[in-house]
Design a protein around this ligand. Structure first.
Ligand code: THU
Length: 123
């Protein structure tokens, strides 16, 4: 699947984000080795710290559904922000060595891997 197509899936997820407090909408699309796309969006809570990020929703959802091997991850935010530290840790542990397409709403994206985003990881 092309990066552009996977980013389109992330945009679908982003539209489902529940972010009434931050108004910052994040979409994630995780591609499995069987070409299934698992989506994740951020889901915020009135109890702010219980919020979950889009990346972890996608990865935990995929694992829950029996998928453990991934080939790419696409992320979309309005400004193309990179994943937070907690998500970097989970990507490192469960979605290692895959291209991460980090897109913004202008249609641009960066490709990174987790060793660039999280050098010297815990583990
Ligand atoms: N967020 C993500 O979904 N992923 C990240 O990597 C960083 C932040 C969400 C959490 C919260 O709902 C909103 O973005 C603002 O922090």
């Amino acid at each position: 699947m092309t990066p552009e197509k996977l980013i389109q899936h992330a945009i679908t997820a982003q539209k489902r984000a529940m972010a009434p407090y931050s108004n910052y909408f994040v979409g994630a699309a995780l591609l499995t080795d069987s070409n299934t796309v698992i989506l994740g969006c951020n889901v915020e809570s009135k109890a702010y710290p219980t919020t979950l990020c889009a990346e972890r929703v996608a990865i935990f959802s995929a694992i829950s559904q029996g998928y453990t091997n991934f080939t790419a991850l696409a992320l979309i935010t309005k400004d193309g922000a990179f994943p937070c530290g907690s998500c970097r840790q989970i990507i490192h542990e469960y979605a290692t060595n895959i291209p991460i397409y980090i897109a913004n709403e202008s249609g641009e994206y960066n490709t990174r891997n987790i060793s660039e985003l999280l050098p010297f990881p815990f583990g």
